[in-house]
Design a protein around this ligand. Structure first.
Ligand code: HEM
Length: 152
């Protein structure tokens, strides 16, 4: 059970922490670079981050189900666990879409040097990673605040 909790938290650290860094540090800093420098840098960074994030997503979902089963199953679980599961699955779907549609477009456009096609794909990735970051931060709040009532 503690291994499941560790896996769950490691996945959250890698995924949500990586999105925080990409969205709030890397992207604004790279904004001043010209497109032929900025877009290949972002595509190469995202290719590595999305691979790790994919492992993190699988670890979070598997360890989440493991934790829920170890705590007596989903039937008797509280609202916080159900909310976490629903938002977690939605986040995984957004991740899957980002990797298979706009990221693929970005990668192909960068490989061909088509900056006009790469820029809108990058803008879509930015919006969706921003959405997933918000959902991730909210899920952490639900998980932690829902665990023990602040008011007894
Ligand atoms: C299928 C999706 C998920 C399931 C089934 C799930 C299930 C669980 C369960 C059963 C717990 C233990 C709760 C407790 O000890 O009271 C837990 C803890 C937690 N989960 Fe999730 N979770 C999922 C997705 C997520 C996601 C997407 C995030 C954040 C982005 C997240 C963040 C956390 C955090 C921060 C804890 C607290 C760990 C601790 O205090 O030890 N979970 N989750």
């Amino acid at each position: 059970m503690q291994i499941a909790r560790w896996l769950h938290l490691m996945g959250v650290v890698v995924w949500v922490g990586g999105m925080f860094f990409a969205h709030l540090a890397l992207r604004p800093a790279a904004q001043s670079l010209p497109p032929p420098v900025r877009l290949p840098l972002l595509a190469a960074t995202l290719s590595r981050f999305f691979a790790w994030a994919g492992i993190a997503v699988l670890a979070i979902l598997a360890s989440g189900v493991w934790l829920a089963e170890a705590m007596g199953g989903f039937r008797g679980a509280g609202g916080a666990i159900h909310a976490m599961t629903a938002i977690g699955v939605a986040m995984a779907a957004v991740y899957g879409y980002v990797v298979s549609v706009p990221y693929r477009r970005l990668r192909d456009a960068v490989a061909e040097g088509k900056w006009e096609a790469a820029a809108p794909a990058m803008a879509t990735i930015r919006r969706l990673v921003g959405l997933n970051l918000l959902l991730g931060v909210s899920t952490i709040a639900v998980a932690v605040l829902g665990r023990s009532p602040l008011v007894p």
